[in-house]
Design a protein around this ligand. Structure first.
Ligand code: HDE
Length: 703
């Protein structure tokens, strides 16, 4: 853990409640335990354990207002979950401008170097419901609310820079297809089923996104290790009213990292809350995750020369063509005080923009601008959701004549509630400083149409695939085979392979082989032939952009009693110096007693802390060597670590290694640690995250 970091900010959510006057509940519940328990009406409760009865046991009296109020409120605790992105986790943060760009935009967060803007970020999966698992193969939401001095700006992005469809009108069909099938109500939080792949096979524009979704990007190691993207092309407007196009990228300072599919399956069993727990633990330990905000800024002339339409959300602009300008850092430094009040009630709307930021005619973005506002009303039940502390602007006053509605808490005082008025009262529009939409000339017939410039569905899918390392390509292939193997309709499998033929022949063949297709289909008809001349883009590969070091990661140490005291202490301190953590997995709940007689409390009991939840492992059985060698959970710990290409430090683990039949398979990723220089070597190796050469040697696949 980095020790020089400041402690997490705390308590300011309550201040917000008082600042913004949204009811007193938080004050009522925020005390230290010396308050009286009351009803919602403030009446002190004498007995919170027994309802009012006539006789014993006797019927319960209808007049028991304390019982009725308590049950009534409980009955109404649930609100509808989000129709997509239901499962999420939020945290507060700060955005610091590191490069001012007033010549490009007049948006408040970018006017001055050092300018700090408060933010709230919510990460999410898309398909699963609120109680589903964190490590589904899925897109991750990366939604950022900036509480700017000139109003709230919501950058509601994903961890993948493109989307499945080009037009909002297809969104309900896309989501219906991936959600549980309507007759049976399953599968949950999975795209591996007939309906999803049926829809995809009939939607060629989704092929680029499908390549990303089948890649390891869709199973991130944690929210802290993934990129974020605004996806659409937006407009920046400067003080002179000039417009530039902009694409937003979030780059994690800890680098990118994903899990393997087999790990994802096992983590979902061992710790379905893996991602939220990881974020919570990092922030509360003061190890604040950070992202740089990178911008791709380009003008109309570049947009017209670029081979694809910059308004087509199924396309990227490779970073090699328009490099990122880094303009700021986002730091998540405070966990929520209350999950429901903040993470659940936060209402992101793509329409929330501030002066200096404007939309483009991307047809997906245009549709989203309707959907988000609409869905918040359904979810939060009142147009006054903007007054909830988590949604209310913080950096600027709010004055208008919007009034009444369910749960109104802040109607204006006085007689005037309209504008213009002759009373000389109330707020007025400000033509010079107010929001002005960028003037765009549009011409053409009003028709239902798809631009010709949106017609190429395969070239960038191919470019993405070819930009990956062989390891990453192998994972895409395996993911496709896995997902399609869950489709009962052979026809659907064949239709997808027909699309893959337009992307990469070898990939199509490998997937067809994996699925045991007896006949290779014809390539799918293409509106535009695939371009084969797009150069690979290194920025698209995770493995070509390895993390800077092992910081933020965790080594799981399976230790037994009698473990060498020095080894354990050295390992912990060398990891700390790296900014990484050590967690102790012990056969007994109480922990392990080392060779010097010191008791080390366990972070996990063996079985509850499988190796899949760690980035690397050490096996130091001490005098428990024989016992651990016979223990199935200890065997799983080691065999999984090996199968998942993890770096493995070991000392005195011979019996366990033999019991797992791994003796002959130990490679350079296995490091014997008997001294501190060995430990240095182990931690240096861990910076590579995994020993990838092992993957090819694991075998076990059909020829
Ligand atoms: Fe969303 N999306 N979306 N989406 N989306 C929602 O709004 C929608 C799209 C994204 O943490 C909903 O508040 C339509 C792209 C995130 O609260 C809903 C279309 C991108 C979140 C909605 C899209 C996203 C949502 C459901 C196609 C990446 C979670 C609940 C036109 C740029 C925000 C809610 C949070 C949530 C609609 C496509 C990202 C229904 C109609 C593209 C991160 O309004």
């Amino acid at each position: 853990m980095a020790e020089d970091k400041p402690a997490a900010r705390s308590g300011s959510f309550e201040n917000l409640v008082s600042d913004y006057g949204a009811g007193g509940e938080f004050h009522q519940h925020a005390g230290e335990g010396d308050e009286r328990l009351t009803t919602a009406q403030g009446v002190t409760i004498a007995d919170n354990q027994n309802s009012l009865r006539s006789g014993a046991p006797g019927p319960t009296a209808l007049e028991d207002f304390i019982l009725r109020e308590k049950i009534f409120h409980f009955d109404h605790e649930r609100i509808p979950e989000r129709v997509v992105h239901a499962r999420g986790f939020g945290a507060h943060g700060l955005f610091e401008c590191t490069k001012a760009i007033p010549e490009i935009t007049r948006a408040a967060p970018f006017q001055k170097e050092g300018k700090i803007t408060e933010t709230f970020v919510r990460f999410s999966t898309v398909a699963g419901s609120k109680g589903s698992v964190d490590l589904a193969r899925d897109v991750r939401g990366f939604a950022v609310k900036f509480y700017t001095d000139e109003g709230n700006w919501d950058l509601v992005g994903n961890n993948i820079p493109v989307f499945f469809i080009q037009d909002a009108i297809k969104f309900p069909d896309l989501i219906h297809s991936v959600k549980p099938e309507p007759d049976r109500g399953f599968p949950q939080a999975q795209s591996a089923h007939d309906n999803f792949w049926d829809f995809i096979s009939l939607t060629p524009e989704s092929m680029h996104m499908v390549m990303w979704q089948m890649s390891d990007r869709a199973i991130p190691r944690s929210f802290r290790f993934m990129e974020g993207f605004g996806v659409h092309t937006f407009r920046f407007i400067n003080a002179e009213g000039q417009s530039s196009f902009v694409k937003f990228h979030w780059k994690p300072k800890l680098g990118m990292q994903s899990v393997l599919w087999d790990e994802a399956l096992k983590i979902n069993g061992a710790d379905p809350d893996r991602h939220r727990r990881d974020l919570w633990e990092a922030i509360t330990a003061g190890d604040f995750p950070e992202w740089e905000l990178g911008l791709q800024i380009f003008d109309e002339e570049f947009a017209n020369r670029f081979d694809f339409d910059v308004l087509d959300p199924t396309k990227i602009i490779p970073e090699e063509l328009v490099p990122l300008t880094i303009v700021g850092t986002l730091t998540l430094d405070r966990v929520v005080d209350n999950f429901f009040a903040e993470t659940e009630q936060v209402a992101f709307c793509t329409q929330n923009v501030v002066p200096g930021i404007d939309f483009t005619d991307d047809p997906l973005l245009q549709g989203r601008n309707f959907s988000y506002l609409d869905t918040q009303l359904k979810r939060l039940g009142s147009p006054n959701f903007t007054k909830l502390p988590i949604n209310a602007p913080r950096g600027c006053p709010v004055h208008n004549f919007q009034q009444d509605g369910h749960m109104q808490t802040s109607n204006r005082k006085g007689r005037v509630n309209y504008e213009p008025n002759g009373w000389g009262k109330g707020p007025r529009a400000h033509p010079l400083e107010g929001y002005v939409s960028y003037a765009v000339r549009n011409e053409g017939e009003k028709r239902r149409l798809r631009p010709e410039s949106f017609a190429d569905h395969y070239s960038q899918a191919r470019q993405f695939f070819l930009s990956q390392t062989p390891v990453e390509q192998g994972h895409i292939r395996d993911a496709l085979v896995f997902e399609l193997s869950k489709c009962q309709e052979i026809e659907i499998r064949a239709r997808i392979v027909a699309h893959l033929l337009n992307i990469d022949g070898a990939l199509a063949q490998a997937v067809a082989d994996g699925l045991g297709l007896t006949e290779m289909p014809e390539p799918a008809p293409a509106a535009r032939p695939t371009r084969t001349d797009l150069p690979p883009s290194d920025a698209l590969s995770m493995l070509k952009n390895p993390p800077p070091n092992f910081a933020g990661r965790t080594v799981g140490v399976l230790a037994g009693n009698g473990v060498e005291a020095e080894l354990l202490t050295e390992l912990r301190s060398i990891l700390q110096a790296e900014g990484a953590m050590m967690k102790l997995v012990a056969p007994r709940v109480g922990g392990v007693t080392d060779s010097a007689g010191t008791l080390h409390p366990a972070d996990e009991k063996l079985g509850g802390g499988p190796s899949v939840i760690f980035d690397a492992v050490a096996v130091l059985p001490g005098s428990d060597a024989a016992m651990l060698a016979a223990n199935p959970a200890a065997q799983d710990f080691l065999t999984d670590a090996h199968a998942h290409c993890k770096f493995i430090a070991h000392h005195g683990a011979g019996p366990l290694i033999e019991a797992c039949a791994l003796g002959a398979k130990m490679d350079e990723g296995w490091i014997e640690i008997g001294s501190s220089s060995d430990i240095d070597g182990f931690v240096a190796a861990c910076r590579g995250m995994r020993h990838w050469p092992r993957e090819a040697t694991l075998g076990g696949n059909p020829p």
